[in-house]
Design a protein around this ligand. Structure first.
Ligand SMILES: Cc1ncc(COP(=O)(O)O)c(C=O)c1O
Length: 393
């Protein structure tokens, strides 16, 4: 008999009942150090008092009004995002997937309005992940996600990650947009080198192609800048954001330049919940905390410490771990052992990590993780590696 919750996930035998900071408590009382943070969502930790306050204060006055009316928290969050980024305008969604949908629509509408309605093709890359909607899976294109779900949305050209020749041959004046994650998350924490992101920007400029960055996982301070593309000194035309921006409350956004968004006039797009007062009240507080030089400097300092600890783990357990990669507090341990076994051994040692493609385990802790917790994370991951060696000896 099918489970009452549609069984699309194979879940770990863990049920968390509460959380505080970097810690989650299981129903049986065990405490786990959370290096997954709801897959890069709980950027400010669990039950962050400031976010709880922002949410409950808003909850006491107004939960929801439709986008037929002005929503002050939404306006404030949009203003903050415009102030701190390349963007001139913002549309709020509930998730990264919906941000992908709008990014695709916006790019195509742009060319339609420019008198080139045939210019619909969007270049994407292998190993990417843009969500599970028809547009999202069509954009990413992997068989794992698309098999059985056809017909897919047409208009995506999938290029091999890192194949510059294919990119140069394909990126012509007929292409509408290039969509890319500055650091692939689900694909196994694969950062695009700054030089490549710059090269992509140049290529886009050369052919008038719109650059869409998917910063759903790598954005909101995760890499030590507010958004990952800032490391490369470039700006996109359109950017997808979600996960960390809501700190655990469902919230996403599409940020765009005035030019890229020029086709999105009244009536062309909408959402019942997107930009809801509760979500935006939390989002404002998240932005007020993360988008400060002091907070981001701390992320960078702690990222250095974490990386150093992980390098130590690789050196100590070369048969379990192969190497560390990533950016800021978006780190991956490429494994020699099977990554899902390492994640499971971590459960036994009270530490949560997240598997990704390419046999990687992801470490995406709350950005508020303390130095002591980073030290403890290394101790517990070391114990997990020792357990692996014992079990597979
Ligand atoms: C880079 C990227 N884009 C899009 C998505 C989809 O976001 P959501 O699950 O919020 O719909 C994800 C989710 O993991 C992601 O990592």
């Amino acid at each position: 008999m099918i489970a009452s919750v549609l069984p699309t996930y194979s879940r770990a035998p863990l049920t968390f009942t509460s959380g505080a900071g970097s810690w989650l408590t299981e129903a049986d009382g065990r405490r786990f150090l959370d290096l997954g943070a709801g897959i890069a969502v709980n950027a400010l930790g669990h039950a962050n008092p400031s976010l709880v306050e922002a949410l409950t204060t808003q909850a006491q006055s107004l939960w929801h009004v439709s986008n037929l009316y002005h929503i002050p928290a939404q306006q404030k969050l949009a203003d903050l995002l415009v102030e701190h980024t390349f963007a001139d305008t913002v549309f709020f969604t509930n998730s990264g997937t919906e941000a992908c949908e709008l990014a695709v629509k916006m790019a195509r509408k742009y060319w339609y309005d420019k008198g080139q309605p045939e210019r619909t093709e969007i270049i994407t890359f292998t190993g990417s992940f843009h969500g599970r909607s028809s547009a999202g899976i069509s954009a990413a294109g992997s068989e794992k996600m698309t098999k059985g779900f056809g017909p897919l949305l047409p208009g995506f050209t999938h290029l091999e990650f890192g194949d510059h020749d294919a990119l140069n041959a394909t990126a012509t004046d007929k292409i509408a947009a290039i969509m890319v994650e500055p650091v692939q998350g689900e694909g196994g924490i694969r950062p695009l080198p700054d030089a490549c992101l710059k090269g992509l920007r140049d290529l886009c400029d050369q052919h008038g192609i719109l650059m869409i960055l998917d910063e759903v996982q790598c954005g909101m301070g995760r890499t030590g800048k507010l958004f990952a593309h800032e490391w490369a000194g470039i700006t996109p035309d359109i950017m997808m954001v979600a996960k960390g921006i809501g700190g655990g409350f469902p919230l996403g956004a599409v940020l765009a330049t005035e030019n890229a968004a020029s086709g999105m006039t009244a009536g062309t797009h909408g959402s019942t919940y997107g930009g809801n007062p509760l979500a935006c009240a939390v989002g404002v507080r998240v932005m007020e905390i993360i988008a400060t030089p002091a907070f981001l400097a701390e992320v960078n300092r702690k990222a250095g410490l974490m990386r150093q600890k992980l390098e130590g783990l690789v050196a100590a357990h070369p048969d379990v771990f192969e190497k560390v990669r990533g950016s800021g507090l978006m780190l991956g341990l490429k494994c020699r052992a099977t990554n899902t076994d390492v994640v499971k051994a971590g459960y036994d040692q009270g530490v949560l990590t997240v598997p990704a493609a390419d046999n990687v385990i992801r470490l995406l802790p709350p950005l508020t993780i303390t130095d002591e917790e980073i030290g403890l994370a290394a101790v517990r991951l070391d114990a997990a590696a020792v357990q692996m060696q014992r079990e597979h000896a």
